[in-house]
Design a protein. Structure first.
Length: 557
């Protein structure tokens, strides 16, 4: 039986009784013939406040051209986005993870409210990508995702730079290693135009992931935001969604356990952001698949690190595109048996078939052979222990230490930790503990890039460890354990740590332990009191009441 390409929109628009609905579409300029075609939602998160999503309305126009050319009627819809880079280190950073739920909810609401038959979801800054995938899974209509693309690197004194360099320069400036004029010159050139943050931070990690799980066309994401090819990619995406619609392929047909394991593998192989653990867990939950934190460690441990990408490596996302892009990465992993090659994608081809079309640029060393990896295992590591019974996440993508034992320096919020670094009161060997920044306690689980970059900038990146129930940016480097769960706000062991307690981080044995006896921990727990909620009303309070543990993807119930 052929798939009914108008099974949703005909309910809203067909027949005499739906004349009022049709009259609204005539009011916005549609013709009768357009109303009789499948309705395609072209959703994006354009916002005039940051570069990451700044090109999305232009891309939407090209996507809509492609939809029309292939026989559909596109309608543009818009949602919000929060810039992690701009809000970093402020109260505004708490809005970032919360926005993932709001974006997913808003796309879902519009998708249902207007009875769309199919969707193209254009994504960019970090949380918009998992949010778009979550919405696609909920709607379960034929859908294709399109990443807006990476920003080009800036140039400072003859070297490529990204926003990571600016964050680390703040620490250098505070340590007297950089002048006001040098910092000013760097900040003016680091971000030269539209596009999401330029290296394998969270946005580019998740953009790679959505191709490997099959929701985006292979190779579409690594084309840069300002690359002239991007308009053609957008047009073809519009054509593709109509093909997906005619074939009747829905997200539930694509989002299998094998697909999600492919997503974990590509993040591990490129030294991707630890945020992938939160986001893939949340995305999988939308289709009833339970990813455990141990799944990430298992897949990562079986996947070699072969992408030499910043922040742990040398190159940015556009270098990966020039080297051969995601098809080349997929080919390396498929040929080595590190992916489920039979997993389907929106193009109708398996990921192995897509990988077979890869074209490698001669002499490139951005994506190295599996036989000579940068590291034999991937960049994502899960630790457990008496300090993190539900686990925590560490990225081991560069040359990080594998063990660290030292005294705890305890901070109840990110600002106090940043001040301690700036005032140079942190010493080599310390373990910084930043708590009450988890999904519920923050609320919103802030990223700690300001603190970690300041540590690197002051020369402490190789001698100080940090752990938090909050998150880290994809740009973070160094020995940093995030997503410590259970979080402090619900009485997790991280709430019981005291200044000077010895903490042991043991990556080879996958342990994070507080060297305090159980009897003493029990005494501390008996006197612990849950902190007062930081917000009593509004979206932050609502989120804090309903959010789950980081180990469950920090989804709202």
């Amino acid at each position: 039986m052929p798939y009914d390409t108008r099974q949703h929109s005909r309910v809203m628009l067909d027949g005499p009784g739906r004349a009022p609905a049709r009259s609204y579409l005539y009011a916005i300029g549609l013709e009768a013939e357009e109303i009789r075609r499948p309705l395609v939602m072209v959703a994006h998160s354009w916002i005039g406040t940051m570069p990451c999503n700044f090109n999305q309305r232009e891309l939407a126009a090209k996507v809509m051209d492609g939809v029309r050319a292939a026989g559909g009627t596109p309608l543009e819809v818009n949602t919000v986005s929060i810039s992690d880079g701009m809000s970093m280190g402020t109260e505004g950073m708490k809005a970032s993870l919360i926005s993932r739920e709001l974006i997913a909810d808003s796309i879902e609401l519009v998708g249902v409210g207007y009875s769309f038959d199919a969707a193209v979801i254009i994504v960019g800054c970090d949380k918009t990508i998992p949010a778009g995938a979550m919405a696609a899974a909920r709607l379960n209509i034929p859908a294709v995702m399109l990443y807006g693309g990476s920003i080009a690197p800036g140039s400072y004194r003859g070297h490529d730079v990204t926003v990571q360099d600016v964050f680390e320069a703040v620490g250098q400036h505070a340590a007297g290693k950089m002048t006001d004029a040098e910092l000013d010159a760097l900040e003016r050139v680091a971000c030269p135009g539209a596009g999401a943050c330029g290296a394998q931070y969270t946005a580019n990690t998740m953009a790679t992931v959505i191709e490997f799980i099959g929701l985006a066309a292979m190779g579409s994401g690594t084309v840069g935001a300002t690359d002239p090819r991007k308009e053609k990619v957008a047009f073809r995406t519009g054509e593709l969604v109509m093909d997906v619609l005619k074939r009747g392929v829905r997200p539930s047909d694509i989002l299998t356990r094998e697909a999600f394991e492919n997503g974990i593998a590509c993040a591990a192989a490129t030294g991707g952001s630890t945020n992938v653990v939160l986001h893939l867990t949340a995305m999988a939950a939308e289709v009833g698949i339970k990813l455990e934190v141990d799944d990430y460690d298992r897949v990562s441990n079986a996947t070699p690190l072969i992408g030499d990408l910043r922040p742990g490596g040398r190159y940015v996302a556009l270098d990966m595109d020039r080297a051969g892009g995601t098809p080349l990465l997929a080919k390396r992993l498929v040929d080595a048996g590190k992916l489920h090659g039979g997993a389907m994608t929106v193009t109708g081809k398996t990921i192995a078939e897509e990988a077979a079309a890869a074209v490698e640029t001669p002499g490139q060393d951005v994506i190295v052979p599996v036989e000579s990896p940068l590291k034999p295992t991937g960049g994502l590591v899960i630790l457990k222990g008496n300090l993190a019974p539900e686990g925590c996440v560490i990225k081991v993508a560069g040359h990080e230490r594998l063990e660290h034992r030292g005294p705890a320096r305890v901070f109840e919020r990110e600002e106090d930790a940043f001040a301690a670094v700036s005032e140079r009161t942190i010493r080599a060997g310390d373990v910084m503990v930043i708590r009450n920044e988890g999904p519920k306690g923050g609320p919103g689980m802030r990223e700690m890039l300001g603190v970690t970059a300041a540590l690197v900038g002051e020369g402490l990146g190789e001698t100080v460890a940090l752990l938090t129930d909050g998150r880290f940016s994809g740009a973070t480097r160094g020995l940093m354990a995030g997503h410590v769960a259970p979080e402090a706000a619900v009485g997790g062991p991280i709430a019981l740590v005291r200044e000077g307690d010895i903490i042991n981080i043991d990556i080879p044995n996958r342990r994070l332990d507080l060297e305090v006896g159980q009897a003493e921990l029990d005494r501390r727990k008996a006197t612990w009191k849950a902190p007062e909620p930081k917000y009593k009303r509004g979206v932050f309070a609502k989120y804090a009441r309903g959010v789950s543990s980081a180990s469950e993807g920090a989804v709202t119930r």
